[in-house]
Ligand binder design. Structure first.
Ligand code: ADP
Length: 256
C-alpha cells in the first residue's frame, strides 16, 4: 500500500468546555490518497473545516493522530509544524489571500522565496501556463478579476510541489463560471500533473469535480462516493438530511 498524502486516525476535536463543549470531530479516520482529488462534503457545522485544518496541521487534534505523507503531526513543535506546512503542504482559501503590493509572479513564488528554497523555474513556468496567467505576470492582484486572483492562489499553492494542496471552499467567492475554471484547474493539477488535492465544499457541483467524496455529519464520517456526479452527491445529501431529521425526531420523542 502506498502512503496516503494525508491521513487522520480516530480524530477527535473538542472546542470549549462544560456546557459550551462542541465535538467538532467525533472519531474520524480517513486517508486522502496521493494523486487523487478528494472532496469533503457535509452540511454547515458538520466539521469539514475542522477536519481540513487538523489534517493540514493548521490546528491540533484533541485526540487521535494526523499525518502528512507518513510524517506524524502529533507531537511536532510549532517550529516543525510551520516548516512542514511551508515545505510540504499548499493552501487555497475562499479569500484569495494574495499580497496586494506584490505582482502575480511574486505572489506565486513567495512561499518558495520565504522558505529560502531554490526556485524551480521550469515547474513555475509550466504552472503559469496551466493557470493561464502568462499575460498577467506583472499585474497586481487589484488589477485582476476574482477568478484570476484565485488562479494565482492555485498556482502559488502548487509552486513548491507540495505533497497535498488543501482547498477550503475555493469557489465560495466566485461566480459559477470562474468557479468552474478554478475547479477544472484543481482537477487538471491532479490528473495531468500528478498532484493531490483535498477540498472542503458544501456545493455538489464543486464536489462533482473530485475523484472521491467523503461526507461528514455531526463530526463523523458517514458516507463516501467514488466518481461523483452533482446529482448523485445532491441525492446522497438529501438522504443524509432525512436520516438526521428522523434521528432527531426519534431523540425528541424519547426526550418528551
Ligand atoms: P463546517 O466547516 O462543516 O461548517 P466547522 O468545522 O467549521 O464545520 O465546525 C464544526 C463545529 O465546530 C461547529 O459546531 C462549529 O460551531 C464548531 N467550531 C468550529 N470552530 C470553532 C472554534 N474555534 N471554537 C468553537 N467552536 C468551533
Amino acid at each position: 500500500m502506498s502512503v496516503p498524502a494525508a491521513r487522520v486516525v480516530d480524530a477527535v476535536k473538542v472546542y470549549g468546555a462544560g456546557d459550551a463543549e462542541v465535538r467538532a470531530l467525533d472519531g474520524v479516520s480517513v486517508d486522502f490518497p496521493a494523486g487523487r482529488f478528494t472532496a469533503i462534503m457535509g452540511p454547515s457545522g458538520s466539521g469539514k473545516s475542522t477536519l481540513m485544518h487538523c489534517a493540514a496541521g493548521l490546528d491540533t487534534l484533541t485526540s487521535g493522530s494526523a499525518a502528512i505523507a507518513g510524517t506524524e503531526l502529533t507531537g511536532l513543535d510549532d517550529r516543525r509544524l510551520t516548516l512542514l506546512r511551508r515545505e510540504r503542504v499548499g493552501f487555497v482559501f475562499q479569500a484569495f489571500n494574495l499580497l496586494p503590493t506584490l505582482t502575480v509572479a511574486e505572489n506565486i513564488t513567495l512561499p518558495r522565496d520565504l522558505a529560502g528554497a531554490a526556485g524551480d523555474a521550469e515547474w513555475t513556468d509550466a504552472l503559469i501556463d496551466v493557470v493561464g496567467l502568462r499575460d498577467r505576470l506583472h499585474h497586481r492582484p487589484s488589477e485582476l478579476s476574482g477568478g484570476q486572483q484565485q488562479r494565482v492562489a492555485v498556482a502559488r499553492a502548487f509552486a513548491g510541489r507540495p505533497e497535498v494542496v488543501f482547498a477550503d471552499e475555493p469557489t465560495g467567492n466566485l461566480d459559477s463560471r470562474s468557479g468552474a475554471e478554478v475547479l477544472e484547474l484543481l482537477g487538471r493539477a491532479v490528473r495531468t500533473m500528478g498532484r493531490t488535492v483535498v477540498m472542503v465544499t458544501h456545493d455538489p457541483v464543486a464536489a462533482a469535480h473530485a475523484d472521491d467524496v467523503i461526507f461528514l455529519a455531526d463530526g463523523r464520517l458517514v458516507d463516501r462516493m467514488a466518481g461523483p456526479t452533482a446529482d448523485g452527491v445532491l441525492d446522497r445529501i438529501k438522504e443524509l438530511d432525512r436520516k438526521a431529521a428522523s434521528t432527531r425526531s426519534a431523540q425528541e420523542g424519547v426526550a418528551t
